[in-house]
Ligand binder design. Sequence first.
Ligand code: ATP
Length: 514
Amino acid sequence: MANQEDQFKKVLSHAKEYGYVFQSSEIYDGLSAVYDYAQNGVELKKNLREYWWKAMVQMHDNIVGLDAAIFMHPTTWKASGHVDAFNDPLIDNKDSKKRYRADVLIEDFAEKFEDKVQKEVKKAAKRFGDAFDEAQFLSTNPRVLDYRAKKEEILTRMGKSLEAEDLADVKAQIEELGIACPLSGSKNWTDVKQFNLMFGTKLGASAEHATDLYLRPETAQGIFVNFLNVQKTGRMKIPFGIAQTGKAFRNEIVARQFIFRQREFEQMEMQFFVRPGTQKEWYETWKESRLKWHLSLGLGMENYRFHDHDKLAHYADAAADIEFKFPFGFKELEGIHSRTDFDLKAHEEYSGKKLQYFDNEINKSYVPYVVETSVGLDRLFLAVFSNALQEEELEDGNTRTVLKLPAVVAPNKAAILPLVKKDGLPEIAKEIFDQLKFDFNVTYDEKDAIGRRYRRQDANGTPFCIAVDYETKEDNSVTIRHRDTMEQKRVKISELKSIIDAEVNMGVWLSKAK
Ligand code: ATP
């Protein structure tokens, strides 16, 4: 655990020190759970967005893009269920004045029984040595069974009371379990209240005539209300998809874990409209396809897993998360939801307009079913960034900090470094910069000794360094150094473009996702 925390701290400080992510309004002591993407972060984020967009829109002839406004007619959020049901149960501690999600307090408490199970497993493994059969131990040991039963009992009761909106029972459960405020140890709790996560705002200049609006809590609804416009003007035939990336806003009660849970974040969503009855198939197809896309970034299969939902949202008939192993454990990175015809039907009802498709293959009109893929761009950023940050022992006993970002999304593809700041070397280096800049983001650096500059670029995540030296003047050759292997090769300036392109070309990377 301590190790995980240390690693996470390193991620935070590296993100700041190397110009990836800053706390918002830092000079005013920051704004909680709001972040700014700095000079390198904005490039990484843009590249990840593009990597998604190409995989979705460019590579599918039946998926098109959309950029809907953040503001939407307020009835949208009544129809979608967000006004009535987009709530988290919150509870305040009267002594520490800290606010918590009541369900998270209970879940964390229940998880302690699981920790106890793991301790028993460890103890038994030590005692029995090679003869230890973990599966058998887990299914027969009375203490383990007791702990697991307790955990189940707690979660089942909580699930039932939340479903029945019985908030008094949620509080009663917190009191009966003796759950204390993690910060102060106090058990002096307020009642549990529902808290709507949407941010409200107003449209219009005068207070009397202003309309209440919401900042969108998800981008999906912009797609649903435009479904027919896109279908008709694009002459789309079912099955087809609409993809969109954009900001979403949620007034998260407990927003911790850096950019993992923010109040303003970016989603990349695709709604795939299908014939009713075929949704199960498409749901499976998209689950598989989305996992392959993640894997194409090369972060390693062992860092991903599916989590199929047992408890489904009101609109879904199947749902799964792709979870990623973040520095604080496996957590949701992307959701794949089979949303049925819930949203389109609701918009038909509230708007009084038909949102149907005439399927001439079966000669029938219907409201399509929808399979949605929804990934948080900031979470994807955190996954890629935290996975990339490594400390390596070198042969000479030193260590180096290296940010092994997938080259395809790295902010700068190459750094051009004149060996010294004189004798015409900077001029040649700048010429190389001017040649490469049309194809790649490249950077120029002449400060400090070359070894230090290499280290700086390693920590920045730049896949290639190109060193210009005296030999360059003789034969137009340069040294190209590879970030991950640290291998150095002598190549001609004229070859640079194709060498870099072979490693960073998006098409090449994306073809691995097939
Ligand atoms: P969680 O259970 O973690 O709150 P969710 O199930 O509410 O997430 P969805 O509504 O399915 O999330 O949203 C789709 C995606 O948007 C998530 O998989 C996640 O990547 C991203 N996302 C959701 N909330 C946030 C947030 N507060 N900050 C950053 N990304 C978010």
